[in-house]
Design a protein around this ligand. Structure first.
Ligand SMILES: [Zn+2]
Length: 92
């Protein structure tokens, strides 16, 4: 550690509108700007900007890519999620 280290975390993830999306994204989950740790449940997990309501895939954020999802991609993710839920129910 040196005194020249910046106090601002370069890893902070922000929306295209400038609103912070998350404090950190790691292997286990997302740390929100409020400091809440949210564990991943599915590979389809995504976060939404509270200002402009744009969705981002957590998988993209994890690799430092900030790319808003298109409506088609959100629809596709919703279909994967409901299919996984059906499978989970069927396995009971
Ligand atoms: Zn935004």
């Amino acid at each position: 550690m040196t005194s020249t280290a910046s106090p601002v975390a370069p890893e902070a993830l922000a929306c295209v509108c400038g609103e912070p999306l998350a404090d950190d994204v790691n292997d286990r989950g997302v740390v929100t700007v409020e400091g809440l740790a949210i564990a991943f449940r599915r590979r389809t997990d995504y976060v939404m900007c509270c200002m402009c309501l744009v969705f981002y895939r957590v998988g993209d954020l994890r690799i430092g890519r900030v790319r808003p999802l298109t409506l088609m991609e959100i629809k596709f993710l919703n279909e994967i999620e409901s299919a996984e839920e059906r499978d989970a129910v069927a396995a009971l």
